[in-house]
Design a protein around this ligand. Structure first.
Ligand code: ADP
Ligand code: MP5
Length: 271
């Protein structure tokens, strides 16, 4: 069984963060493990409070996993402070972590700041260079590059700028644009559009977490990067299409719709 680790925050309502990641790993046939960086008090209406865990327990969670278990891929989500980012960077380097997917989580859909303002540059400096791929949404890509993004051309420019920060591959997600949900993948040489039909729903809680975790799970399962990205896009599209009307706010993605598909993403890796 291939294994995948998420290093992220806990979302008490189960739609994003650690909980979304573990559901995605299971649905895609990988064995999931978690290192919790922070606990959020959150529901579909918003994030109401956050407690960061201390760096010592974050370090121990990571180190004891690597001491015991082969880890085939890692997804990094909410990391919130400079100290937390530094300890994660140290541990991933020391343990020669592979297939690292960094989702630069900054602000929740409900507008709560999950990354401290002063920690932004540390995230770029410490974790971006370790990543196989970084997956900013439009807002995050704007913050990283300092440039407004309103169309595909500007998404491509942002992807190049982010790649130039020393990132191997970038996927700028177009979930917050209008029209089809098109993401721009750039690997330093060429661009690829990951295209999905836009689904008209308010229930998009956890879409970014689900997408980045799907890439990590599929890399763990041995797919090539391009194939993992395309299948992850297919997976998130279905997870949004079948998203759940739970709670009074922004409902979560659904991870188990594809178990009923005959030839979906859960087949054995073909390459
Ligand atoms: N309404 C939608 N219909 C189809 N795909 C969507 C929709 N909203 C987001 N996506 C897709 O979900 C993935 C996550 O993107 P996004 O929602 O932009 O991330 P984040 O949660 O980080 O803001 C991307 O592949 C994006 O294109
Ligand atoms: C613990 C945690 N991590 C990430 C997100 C972002 O997800 P979204 O952008 O869908 O609110 C979140 N709300 N909570």
């Amino acid at each position: 069984m291939r294994t995948v680790l998420t290093i992220a925050g806990s979302d008490s309502c189960g739609g994003a963060g650690i909980q979304a990641d573990l559901k995605t790993f299971s649905a895609l046939g990988a064995y999931g493990m978690s290192v919790i960086t922070a606990i959020t008090a959150q529901n579909t209406m918003g994030v109401f409070d956050v407690r960061e865990l201390d760096v010592d327990i974050i370090k121990k969670q990571i180190d004891y996993l690597y001491e015991d278990i082969r880890i085939d891929a890692v997804k990094v989500g909410m990391v919130s402070s400079i100290e937390i980012i530094d300890v994660i960077g140290e541990c991933l380097k020391k343990n020669n972590a592979v297939n690292i997917v960094v989702d630069p989580v900054m602000v929740s859909k409900s507008g709560y700041h999950l990354l401290r303002e002063e920690a932004k540059d540390e995230l770029f400096k410490v974790l971006f260079p370790l990543a196989e791929v970084v997956t900013p949404n439009l807002f995050e890509a704007e913050l990283i590059t300092g440039a407004k993004i309103e169309n595909l051309e500007q998404m491509k420019e942002a992807a190049v700028k982010i790649h130039n920060l020393g990132v191997r591959k970038v996927i700028v997600k177009g979930g917050h644009l209008t029209g089809d949900a098109v993401d721009v993948l750039y690997d330093g040489e060429s661009f690829e559009y990951l295209t999905g039909t836009r689904i008209e729903t308010k229930n998009t809680h956890g879409t970014g977490c689900t997408f980045s975790s799907a890439i990590a799970a599929l890399l763990a399962r041995g797919y090539t990067f391009q194939k993992a990205a395309r299948l992850a896009k297919e997976y998130i599209n279905g997870a949004i299409e079948h998203s759940l009307e739970i709670g009074h706010g922004v409902g979560p993605t659904n991870h188990f719709w594809n178990l009923f598909k005959k030839d979906g993403c859960i087949n054995e890796p073909s390459e």
